[in-house]
Design a protein around this ligand. Structure first.
Ligand code: BDR
Ligand code: CA
Length: 310
């Protein structure tokens, strides 16, 4: 059975990933990063989502800022509150009294070799955890990261940078250079695996509290996706979660070294892939290129309680 530890900045697509995780696996905790919006909102959103799911998954608040340089959030996609500005009631729950980075280190020590770590946010908390415990990778069964744009078609104001990496490139550098090998679900794969709007609308129309909540918080992001010429709803973190939950869903992947650009005036935050393995650096990433779309959508549908979903 899976046991997941999810580092996340909810966030509309994070919310879908968290719903999927709770539908298909055990969740040891949510460690929360700043990213899509500020930490107060990402923590509050995680707590509210735990209410909707009706579980007791602990929520650990992490770093409010990137490691080195300040960064701009993505409130224009996710809403100023990160959950579509629906004015939902705040949760009465509180985050646990332990920093997210410390919680990652502790949970990995308590459950050696059992956790799949799913990173759906800027890598600030993970970088700190790795600095707290250099042996962390040996205690984690598998790391799946949503981040990067492997051929340079990102989604931030710097063309090649994807949001999670571009928000905190130094943290990404710590993780990419310090973790032996991880699965990477990059932004471009997520765009290729967008869910057609019609299918998405059907799924969120399910008669469950989860689907109603998700329909409300995703409305703005759906409009953003449509007005930006996408062929469907890009739910990046949900695709990474599907890969974490069902490794067999991957149809094609390639293993290469990926470096992080820290200095470039036009390219800071780029994920530079050595596609031809020319530079002699060890492989650090398995890049997921193709996923079984039908299976992926069935997992999303099941998480929302859509009828007929697997
Ligand atoms: C990633 O950035 C965030 O805006 C999303 O939640 C996702 O994790 C996509 O680039
Ligand atoms: Ca995210």
């Amino acid at each position: 059975a899976h046991e997941l530890l999810i580092d996340t900045d909810p966030g509309v697509d994070d919310a879908l990933a968290i719903l999927m995780a709770h539908a298909h696996a055990e969740v040891a905790g949510l460690s929360i990063a700043a990213g899509n919006v500020g930490l107060a909102h990402t923590v509050g959103n995680a707590l509210r989502l735990i209410d909707v799911i009706g579980t007791d998954t602990p929520v650990f608040a992490g770093c409010p800022v990137p490691l080195v340089l300040p960064a701009a959030d993505a409130g224009f996609v996710h809403g100023a509150d990160g959950f579509g500005d629906t004015g939902y009631l705040r949760s009465a729950r509180r985050a646990a009294d332990e920093h997210a980075a410390a919680a990652i280190v502790r949970l990995a020590r308590e459950r050696p070799g059992r956790l799949t770590l799913v990173a759906l946010a800027p890598l600030t908390n993970l970088a700190l955890a790795l600095r707290l415990d250099a042996e962390l990778p040996s205690r984690i069964a598998r790391l799946v990261i949503m981040g990067g744009a492997v051929t340079g078609r990102g989604n931030t104001h710097l063309v090649p940078a994807e949001f999670n990496i571009g928000f905190d490139p130094e943290a990404a550098q710590v993780v990419f250079s310090g973790w032996p090998e991880f699965d990477l679900v990059d932004w471009e794969a997520c765009v290729r695996h967008a869910i057609a709007f019609e299918r998405f609308d059907c799924m969120v129309a399910a008669d469950t509290e989860r689907a109603r909540f998700y329909a409300a918080i995703s409305r703005k992001a759906r409009a953003f996706n449509q007005s930006h010429g996408r062929h469907g709803m890009v739910v990046a973190d949900a695709l990474a979660m599907a890969v974490a939950l069902e490794p067999g869903i991957v149809r094609r992947a390639e293993r290469h070294h990926i470096g992080i650009e820290l200095a470039g005036a036009l390219t800071r935050g780029a994920t530079v892939v050595d596609w031809d393995d020319r530079c002699g650096h060890p492989v650090n990433a398995r890049i997921v290129l193709d996923v079984d779309q039908t299976h992926f959508e069935a997992m999303v549908g099941a998480a929302l309680g859509a009828p007929g979903a697997a």
